[in-house]
Design a protein around this ligand. Sequence first.
Ligand code: ADE
Length: 231
Amino acid sequence: MRIDIFTLFPEWFEWFTSQRHVRNALASGSRLECVDIRAHTSLSGGQVDDAPFGGGAGMVLRVDVMDSALRARYGVDPVELRARRRVIALSPGGRLLDDALAAELASEPELTLLCGRYEGFDERIIEHFSTEQISIGRYVLSGGELAAMVVCDAVLRKLPAALGHEHSAVEESFSVALDGDPEYPQYTRPAEYRGWRVPDVLLSGHHQQIDQWRRERSRERGRAARGASRR
Ligand code: ADE
């Protein structure tokens, strides 16, 4: 999988790409590269944004600068790029990231992520250069960078190479294997700590009973989470 991230802050991703699970994914053939949007402006002083027409607070990322950055990277008119790969604008109002979307993105050979800053993108970037908008939650971050890292993390851990154990991503919270429910509770040694005992069934060695117990706990958690979100 190849992921390109268009950002004004490429150095933020140095920390992210140095994390072990990301390094593992990159070592086994995936690629994550940042394009510094500011390197592609022809405006004086490295200008990349401007005040919104019609007035209002904040600054908006310019469409001409994003056009240049995309064109420089891919050598085509970004309007045509959309037919070839998913170009995702990170935006608080976009489609909410969930496990199914992460899995869908993980099956793509290539992704482009656009990070907005300040008040966001000139709408023409969304309309003409992107295939979709993705949100990591209904709250506003000061830019798309953290959201892009969340998307990359959720996507890369779906690839078999990222995690130590091939099955760890299969039966995890919200996966198809758990019918979209959260993961069951996990315990490790010591079996008893300050009087808090690990459920006996997990120590029993009866795999069928363990599976059944886990499935029930997972369903319970799913019901509780659905109840909480209705409140
Ligand atoms: N940019 C700013 N806030 C965001 C959010 N919640 N999700 C995705 N991108 C964003």
